[in-house]
Write a protein that binds this ligand. Structure first.
Ligand code: ATP
Ligand code: MG
Length: 716
């Protein structure tokens, strides 16, 4: 369009332009994925500055991630040049909150040089408090309290605001007391946590009329991306700040609300017109990102959700591939397949930077990382660590290294007090001294030291017990498989119990990672073989610059786009996640479906979905059921293939027609492994029983999906 419009708006379609040019009054852009919401918001920002509607410092612009803020800054910079340097209020809620709070810290009893503590510090603090109050921290884990406090802060609740039910949620009615103690402790340390960055500022805006007025006048314009994922405290903030001028423009998509587990409330976007009467509502329906098949597949899927507004999406693009759904035999084949496809794309001229692998849970990355390293395919992990660098994996490996090689001082040092056994730095120092003096490895020296009276009795006893454990594990290593050894060690050393006690989503993820580590070990005969594999993999991790395939969670991929997207693990219990199935509610399932919608709509040109027929869970082959989302994809836009001959019809069976495609073969349902395994096995397997059928290796072919394993991947 050569409309004489400024450059930043010239290429936009007319509803987008409307959203850009309607500078005054509330504007709501509620539209589907890839329709150019972020693009329009960015143009609006450029427009406000270019038209001198406001100085850059008078615009509040909120993005969901720091990366998104950087990108927006860069794009706006292209249009308005240096002025973008002076945009102090472009960022995430947290970064903006931190900046504001620096200026008003004294109003909440802090100094402006306050520190922002991280999760570790927070947990340590809470632990102290719990101990000080003589509470059993096993019964009332710090992490649980941290989760509660976080939830309260997300909802804008101060200690005094808690109702009876919330108060009851910790230590039999002591929630409020602990929340209060924690806030006092933070104040004494001149510190605050992430939640405080928003809550303190909300308190200030509510209690200090002059401050509120100042910001209401300063922010001539407010812009918010991904509004569907704002939580209560963020919502209250915006409502206060926008109340005076009402020049607030929010954009979002109710179908992409995927953070309710972090307190986000999709209701915020749905009631925008009530909060700001007379709001201009802009609908965008043209998608500029994806091919028609990808778009139709995603739209068809999200149609199954009952709780949605419903939107039309169309595209001018023509042609393009259908979404591919590939059923494979097992996880290694799935990883092999993605590796092959990525290499093929590369050969065809695609850049690896335009290839993404989006997983539901962190533990899923392991199989792919192993494979990519093996074939020399460069990858990066966004928003997390590479599998073997995660702390729980390093801890587990350290135990195994000490067992395999008692002279491994570094490994021993890592875990001598992990999980916590009450051995401090002093003890470690003594152990080191003794090791040096006697020229013995640390572990052996420690054992000898425990026998002397150099150490306090308690420490000596603890070390002796630990060394006895190691001796037993070393014997066990001769008799059992590496994977079995790992499970035993993690249970017996208390690591499993430690994670279970934490009762948080994060610790659940760490348990999943450990379980995945055991799965990786199933393929190795001896502990030595496996450890060698790991050191080779770790050594390989120094992949240089150049193009890289991106691995990340679906959650982290929100707002991004890639030419080629791979989506593995579409099986019941993986995606939708077991947790969402266990919770059982429609709401959690619909949130999983929205996540699937987000995932598919990241793809520009090609989208490949995979599921495996078998997963190894605790050394036991388990047949998995393809995700219900696979069946919900509209047939006209999807090609379905399976690498298993003869099984195709069953794999294509419509999930919704028969709740359990294996119902007819359930005669040989073996005992649940949750009744066998101890500790962490039980904790993890218990979740898998709802929908999954466990088939023993021997019964697998009989129970058959009419498919024979391909000989090259036949399982031994
Ligand atoms: P999501 O819901 O995933 O966040 P979105 O609605 O924010 O998506 P954008 O990321 O802004 O969509 O845009 C998607 C793609 O379409 C981008 O590559 C963008 O450059 C392009 N695009 C946006 N508007 C137009 C337009 N009017 N003409 C051509 N391309 C456009
Ligand atoms: Mg966007």
């Amino acid at each position: 369009t050569d409309s004489g419009l400024p450059r930043y708006a010239a290429n936009l379609n007319s509803p987008q332009q409307e959203a850009v040019l309607t500078t005054e009054g509330p504007v709501l852009m509620l539209a589907g994925a890839g329709t150019g919401k972020t693009a329009a918001l960015t143009a609006r920002l450029a427009h406000l500055v270019a038209m001198r509607k406001a100085w850059p410092s008078e615009i509040l612009c909120v993005t969901f991630t720091n990366k998104a803020a950087r990108e927006m800054r860069e794009r706006v910079g292209r249009h308005i040049g240096d002025a973008v340097e002076g945009m102090p209020w472009l960022g995430t809620f947290h970064s903006i909150g931190a900046k504001m709070l620096r200026r008003h810290a004294e109003l909440v009893g802090l100094q402006s040089n306050y520190t922002i503590i991280d999760t570790d510090d927070q947990l340590r603090l809470l632990k102290q408090l719990i101990r000080d109050q003589d509470l059993d921290e096993k019964r009332w884990p710090p992490r649980q309290l941290a989760g509660l406090i976080d939830r309260w802060k997300n909802r804008g609740l101060n200690p005094a605001d808690l109702d009876a039910a919330e108060n009851e949620a910790f230590a039999n009615g002591r929630g409020q007391e602990f929340y209060t103690l924690y806030q006092e402790r933070l104040k004494a340390l001149n510190a605050c946590d992430f939640g405080d960055l928003l809550l303190h500022m909300l308190n200030i805006l509510r209690r200090e009329p002059e401050v509120l007025k100042m910001y209401q006048q300063r922010f001539k314009y407010i812009l918010v991306d991904e509004y569907q994922d704002t939580n209560q405290v963020q919502y209250l903030w915006l409502r206060l700040l926008a109340q005076e001028r009402k020049n607030i423009c929010v954009v979002g998509d109710d179908d992409q609300s995927i953070y309710s587990w972090r307190g986000a409330e999709v209701a915020n976007i749905l009631r925008f017109e009530k909060d700001f009467p007379g709001a201009k509502v802009v609908k965008l329906e043209q998608n500029y990102r994806s091919t028609p098949h990808i778009l139709a597949a995603a739209s068809g899927l999200i149609d199954a959700n009952s709780q949605r507004i419903g939107k039309t999406l169309w595209t001018q693009f023509e042609g393009g591939d259908q979404v591919r759904v590939i059923g494979v035999w097992d996880a290694p084949e799935e990883a092999r397949r993605v590796g092959e496809e990525a290499e093929r794309l590369e050969r065809e001229g695609a850049s690896l930077d335009q290839v993404a692998l989006l997983v539901r849970a962190q533990y899923q990355t392991r199989e792919f990382e192993d494979r990519f390293i093996q074939i020399g395919l460069n990858y990066r992990i966004i928003g997390g660590f590479r599998f073997y660098e995660r702390s729980e994996i390093r801890d587990a490996l350290a135990y195994l290294r000490v067992i395999a090689q008692p002279r491994d001082d570094l490994a021993f040092e890592r875990i001598y007090n992990q999980p916590k056994r009450g051995l401090g730095a002093k003890t470690l120092e003594k152990m080191f001294q003794h090791a040096r003096a006697t020229d013995m490895p640390l572990a052996a020296a420690s054992l000898q030291l425990a026998d002397s009276d150099e150490l306090p009795k308690r420490a000596a006893g603890t070390i002796a017990a630990l060394m006895r454990d190691f001796l037993r594990w070393k014997e066990l290593a001769e008799q059992t498989t590496p994977a079995e050894l790992l499970r035993t060690v993690m249970d017996e050393c208390g690591y499993t119990a430690m994670l279970q006690a934490e009762k948080s989503a994060e610790s659940a993820g760490r348990l999943e990672n450990l379980s995945e580590l055991a799965r990786a070990m199933e393929e190795y005969e001896t502990l030595g073989d496996f450890l060698e594999h790991v050191s080779l993999v770790m050594d390989n991790e120094r992949a240089g610059d150049g193009e890289k395939l991106t691995i990340m969670t679906m959650h982290a991929a929100k707002g991004l786009e890639f030419d080629n997207v791979f989506l593995p693990g579409w099986e019941e219990g993986v995606f939708p996640s077991q947790r969402s199935l266990d919770e059982g509610g429609l709401a959690s399932l619909e949130e999983e479906r929205r996540l699937a919608y987000v995932a598919i709509t990241r793809a520009r040109k090609r989208c490949t979905i995979l599921y495996a027929a078998n997963r190894r869970i605790y050394g036991q082959w388990t047949s998995s059921i393809p995700s219900r989302f696979v069946a919900e994809l509209p047939d006209d836009h999807v090609t379905r293939e399976t690498t298993m001959t003869g099984g195709a019809s069953l794999w294509q069976a419509n999930w919704s027609e028969s709740e359990d495609p294996f119902a007819h073969v359930s005669t040989s349902r073996p005992e649940r492994s949750s009744q066998r395994g101890p500790g962490w096995q039980r904790a993890l397997t218990s979740g898998y029983d709802t929908k999954q059928l466990r088939l023993k290796e021997s019964t697998r072919s009989a129970a058959s999906f009419a498919a024979q394993p391909r000989s090259d991947i036949a399982v031994g």
